[in-house]
Design a protein around this ligand. Structure first.
Ligand code: CJB
Length: 777
């Protein structure tokens, strides 16, 4: 028995007083995790003298850690063997960890980046917030979304180490709090590089006011503690929208200031007050505008506490910071009310003003003066524009897919691109193949490794070598058998979680992502109804049996998104309850879609639904996960879909709908009412929102959805997501996929070619581009 196993036994004995055979799953999980932590302690040190990149992000959606950490340390098989010897397996850890410190794509991207950087020896550390409660847990009650708090710490947190000695203070107008870091090792594949994810927890300066306690003022005695803890209490559940809330600004400043203080402290320890090397030793990537208050905060720290002048401080900041934009949705570009900002962090505001003056001077130097400067103002109309601040003060602004960056340059940020074109660059997103293939699909991984070796685990371009197997009948049959096996596994999971039976011989058509109007789950709903009516009427006779699966959380305050969930659940109830549909069609909306659910759903998919209105989805990353696991994309020419199709071939995917240019020219002519009037198929499905076909439980939600399609956000702007414009071409494409699926060999060929051409979408490629082109590490 080796050291790792011995350590597990010892921890079980000392911490829980149990033997390996007597331990329950949670005790085993804790002991195995702690033994793994023990094994890496020596290797978990920052190497001296190297530039480090810091990823500042309000979200890190890590997913379950135990399996990926064990795999990366090369301990997964050993742990499983050990557990099996005691009548258990790592699969027993399934229900133990949660994965909720992020909302969606942006937080998951951060997690993929950390994995890729550590795997390739790139010094990158994450900095964020240790929320006490992560994204809410979702369940359905009569088809309506309900939310429950996500108590992710209920199983303990064996992967974090509290670093009391590194705590710092963060000052607000109305309170000062202690930021205490919890460090998590980020273990590269092979275990050679271990970086750090540092998450800050907000605590009171002193735990308890005994004076008040002695005076029997118990409420006030704990009030300060509660107020401090409130800051890192819960993750804002909004994806892609600007909440503009006081607590949100507090959270942003809290982790920005704490992270900068922590970096400065490290640096001062090496260099004293000489800041000339700071920008040579640190790069900070701002993950969206959420940490952008870091810019004036760094100026403040350098000028107020270390005596630098503005020009010196600004020049350092500009070399250190780089900014990633993740969306062009206007409502997501954060703007802070000056009054609110002043009431929360008044000490930072003067630095915003200095930046504004610096900007004016810089524009003047470029020959832009007077009213021409207005579109650039950092403080405009009583609000502070965080994206503008980031573009001005950072040396790099990047989009996350080619088309997204083009839209930033040509439309959304064109004024800025005109002045500072050299700052703009594209970094197409990626995903880590360790979690999204090796871990979640060992069957397909084995298939690939048998044929081309395991080099793909760290160099995904190796998958190219798989392409010839797309023409090999035996390989295709094997691939189909694996897909079926993944469907059976998913079916067992869905049965246990939702109480619904899935038939593994059906086509699996899956749309999973946050619920948002622009992602157009409602369009998917309409197409399903259209097929349903066609089957009922006998118009459609050759439909291959299909299950349409959905997974999505709606922000709790996003009324329309919740209406769409209810509507889809009503459709599911109708279709699944209709005896005519038995063996032909099924609709299932799974509850609490999260990283762990994704790991089950994605490998089982035949068709990946990526149907956002062209120009709205910055990149998308689930599209890449589906592709890697051998599904075809049914999608619009939006975000990374464009690059996916470019890599895998248009003939191996199903593209439909208006392009960005066509959407732009439809803007003045799009007339949803006329489309409804003139097209009976459209009218029939859309009318189900208001003709009593389905009940919204008397809430009026469906009527509101209907109105949003007909009249949109405002009276003169009908449905800004153009659902009905794309309806017909979408339904056609959906039936094209369905027909193509009948020829299983030809379909398997398409799937295999998607996998074989997924190399570009590894986050290893993306993070190397950031390292080389932005950070210089
Ligand atoms: N994104 O998840 C979020 N949250 C936001 O607030 C803004 C954007 C998503 O980021 C992903 C990673 O870059 C993108 O793939 C996705 O298109 C975007 O919506």
């Amino acid at each position: 028995m080796d050291r790792f196993e011995e350590k597990i036994g010892e921890l079980l004995r000392l911490d829980f007083g149990v033997t390996p055979d007597g331990a329950d799953a949670k005790q085993l999980y804790t002991a195995v995790s702690q033994a793994a932590m023990d094994s890496l302690r020596d290797g978990w040190k920052k190497p001296a003298g190297k530039k480090r990149a810091c990823y500042f992000s309000a979200e890190f959606l890590m997913g379950r850690l135990v399996n990926s950490n064990l795999m990366n340390l090369g301990l997964l098989e050993e742990a499983d063997r050990y557990l099996k010897a005691h009548g258990r397996s790592v699969a027993d850890f399934e229900q133990i960890e949660d994965d909720a410190l992020g909302n969606g794509g942006l937080g998951r991207l951060a997690a993929c980046f950390l994995d890729s950087a550590a795997t390739h020896g790139i010094p990158l550390d994450g900095y964020g917030i240790r929320y006490r409660y992560g994204l809410f847990r979702q369940y359905f009650e009569d088809g309506f979304q309900r939310e429950r708090a996500d108590d992710w710490l209920r199983f303990g947190d064996p992967w974090s180490v509290r670093r009391e000695e590194d705590a710092v203070e963060v000052r607000f107008a109305d309170q000062t709090v202690r930021a205490v870091p919890y460090d998590m090792p980020v273990i590269g594949y092979g275990g050679k590089t271990i970086n750090t994810l540092r998450l800050w927890q907000s605590e009171p300066l002193s735990a308890f006011d005994f004076d008040l306690f002695n005076r029997q003022e118990y409420d006030r005695a704990v009030a300060e503690k509660n107020r401090a803890e409130e800051i890192s209490y819960v993750l804002y559940p909004n994806d892609d929208t600007d909440a503009g809330k006081r607590l949100r600004l507090k959270q942003q400043y809290f982790f920005s200031s704490a992270s900068l203080q922590s970096i400065l402290r490290e640096y001062l320890g090496r260099h004293g007050e000489d800041f000339s090397a700071f920008a040579d030793e640190y790069a900070v990537q701002l993950n969206d505008t959420h940490p952008t208050v870091s810019i004036p905060e760094l100026l403040r720290l350098l000028m107020e506490e270390h005596g630098l002048c503005y020009d010196e401080a600004f020049s350092i900041a500009q070399r250190v910071f780089a900014y990633t934009n993740h969306t062009i949705m206007a409502e997501a570009l954060e703007k802070w009310d000056v009054g609110l900002f002043l009431s929360v962090i008044p000490e930072v505001y003067p630095y915003v003003v200095m930046l504004q003056n610096g900007l004016k001077q810089a524009l003047h130097n470029k020959g832009i003066n007077g009213a021409d400067q207005i579109p650039y103002y950092l403080v405009d109309d009583g609000r502070i524009h965080m994206a503008r601040m980031a573009i001005f003060a950072a040396h790099s602004t990047n989009g996350v897919a080619r088309i997204h960056t083009e839209i930033l340059k040509e439309t959304a940020l064109r004024e800025w691109y005109a002045v500072w074109p050299e700052r703009f660059n594209n970094k197409t997103n990626g995903i880590t193949q360790r979690r999204w293939l090796a871990l979640c699909n060992p069957e397909l991984s084995g298939f690939i490794t048998e044929r081309i070796g395991d080099g793909w685990i760290t160099e995904l371009d190796e998958l190219k070598k798989l392409a010839p197997y797309a023409d090999d009948e035996r390989a295709r049959e094997r691939f189909l058998a694996i897909k079926r096996e993944k469907k059976c596994q998913l079916a067992a999971y869905v049965k246990a979680r939702e109480g619904v039976e899935l038939n593994p011989d059906f086509l699996f058509d899956i749309q999973v992502k946050r619920l948002h109007e622009y992602k157009r789950q409602l369009l998917n709903a309409f197409s399903i109804l259209d097929i349903y009516f066609a089957l009922k009427d006998g118009r459609l006779t050759d439909f291959y049996p299909t299950v349409f699966l959905f997974g999505a959380k709606a922000a709790p305050g996003y009324y329309r998104a919740k209406g769409i969930i209810k509507y889809l659940n009503e459709i599911a109830k109708r279709v699944n309850g209709d005896p005519d549909m038995k063996g032909r069609m099924q609709v299932v909306f799974v509850q609490n879609y999260d990283v762990s659910y994704a790991e089950k759903l994605i490998p089982a998919a035949d068709v990946s639904e990526q149907i956002s209105t062209a120009g709205t989805e910055a990149s998308g990353t689930s599209n890449m996960k589906f592709m890697l696991n051998g599904a075809v994309t049914l999608g619009t020419l939006d975000g990374a879909n464009i690059e996916i199709v470019e890599q895998a071939g248009a003939e191996n995917n199903f593209i439909f709908g208006a392009t960005v240019e066509e959407i732009a020219s439809a803007a003045s002519t799009y007339d949803p009412k006329a489309l409804c009037r003139d097209n009976p198929r459209i009218r029939r499905v859309v009318d189900t929102l208001v003709d009593g076909t389905f009940s919204d439980g008397g809430t009026g939600m469906f009527r509101e959805l209907y109105d949003s399609l007909m009249t949109g956000a405002s009276w003169h702007r009908p449905d800004q997501y153009y659902l009905l414009l794309d309806f017909e071409s979408y339904c056609d494409a959906k039936l094209r996929v369905n027909r193509a699926y009948r020829d299983r060999a030809a379909f398997a060929r398409k799937c295999l070619l998607n996998t074989a051409n997924a190399g570009k979408f590894s986050s290893d490629r993306t993070i190397r581009e950031y390292a080389r082109e932005i950070w210089g590490v």
